[in-house]
Write a protein that binds this ligand. Structure first.
Ligand SMILES: Cc1ncc(COP(=O)(O)O)c(C=O)c1O
Length: 347
């Protein structure tokens, strides 16, 4: 409330000192040279790709199990999505699939650190992309703070994109997003792209721009929440570890991801009888969800455009995945209720 009061009494609401302050703090938290605040995470992917030089007609690779956000951004540029399959256990992009995409001629690859898991092969993928002139954007919307060998996601590729939608590990009280990069010219280009292409008021320096600004109120709120992020992630990790060790149900496979590389944005189990389990939980008033029920290449809007494409693991996972409650404010008793409900499920 104090921060909100400060913004209101300051009388400055868009692209001011609060945004600059948050950009600096978030860049330094991640270990990136630059952060640029944007209106949301989907814009962050799109403007990140545009700033790296992706344009209409280019092919851009993405996984198809991450909610269609990257695909939406790719299509908004007029680029063509190239779909990669994911690993059955980690549910994220693999080095092998990135190589397949690169050999097919993609200009850029978007990899998603899905459910809070830093992609195990991200360093390998980043090295390969840089050697082979393939641009790499990491979508970190679900993985704020996740790290591998002390390096946080959003610092491996050319650009990292973030969403601050309220349910994210670092969430605002409304929409927000950002990109991170070590490349100064990419950062400068995104600063133009987020505000009509202006290099100064009313002078349009680049085309393909829009209005995509993080506002002062959300930036002030995010600056308050950022110092709490590691503690909130630790709490999520505790819940995930509790589920891993206490869920004991032959028809359920847990993610079994632990350590700093998994910030437990979502705790996603697998079961061949997923729909029955979901119904069982519903009768006990336990919320669950499927992230995500339709892979991108099967979305109805495509009207069969990708009907030839088969992504074996992605298509199998869609039928088996189920997200159990996992958030920092949940207490141990609530987690135990979920565990008991899963364990008592008579399949
Ligand atoms: C993996 C992923 N990428 C991108 C986005 C898009 O972010 P936003 O909703 O802020 O546009 C989201 C979430 O909404 C997401 O989960």
């Amino acid at each position: 409330m104090a921060s909100i009061d400060r913004v209101i009494s300051g009388g400055y609401f868009v692209l001011g000192s609060e945004v600059r302050q948050f950009e600096q703090s978030f860049a330094s938290y991640l270990g990136a040279n630059h952060c640029v605040g944007l209106a949301n995470g989907t814009d962050a992917i799109e403007l990140g790709l545009r700033a790296m030089g992706v344009s209409a007609g280019d092919q851009v690779a993405t996984v198809a199990n991450a909610g269609m956000y990257a695909t939406t951004a790719i299509l908004a540029i007029g680029a063509e999505p190239y779909f990669m399959d994911v690993d059955l256990d980690t549910k994220v992009a693999t080095f092998e699939e990135v190589v397949r995409a690169a050999k097919a001629g993609v200009k850029a690859v978007v990899v998603t650190h899905l459910y809070g898991l830093a992609i195990p092969e991200i360093q390998l993928i980043a090295d390969y992309c840089s050697k082979n002139d393939v641009l790499l954007l990491e979508d970190c919307a679900q993985a704020h703070g996740a790290q591998i060998s002390g390096k946080r996601v959003g610092t491996f590729g050319d650009v990292g994109s973030f969403s601050f939608y309220p349910t994210k590990n670092l969430g605002a009280l409304g929409d927000g997003g950002a990109i991170t990069t070590d490349n100064q010219s990419i950062a400068e280009k995104i600063r133009l792209l987020r505000q009509y292409g202006w290099n100064q008021k009313y002078t349009v320096q680049v085309l393909g721009a829009r209005n995509s600004r993080l506002d002062e109120m959300q930036a002030a709120i995010l600056s308050d929440f950022l110092p709490l992020l590691d503690r909130a992630n630790a709490r999520r990790q505790e819940h995930a570890a509790r589920y891993d060790s206490l869920i004991c149900q032959p028809n359920v496979t847990g993610p079994h991801q632990a350590g700093a590389s998994y910030v437990a944005h979502l705790y996603v189990i697998r079961s061949e009888k997923r729909d029955a389990l979901r119904e069982h939980l519903r009768t006990l008033n336990i919320g669950s969800d499927v992230h995500y029920p339709i892979p991108d290449h099967r979305q109805p809007a495509f009207d069969g455009r990708f009907s030839e494409i088969r992504l074996e693991n992605t298509e199998r996972l869609v039928k088996e995945i189920l997200t159990l409650p996992c958030y920092p404010e949940m207490n141990d008793e609530e987690a135990d209720c979920v565990i008991a409900a899963v364990n008592d499920w008579a399949t």
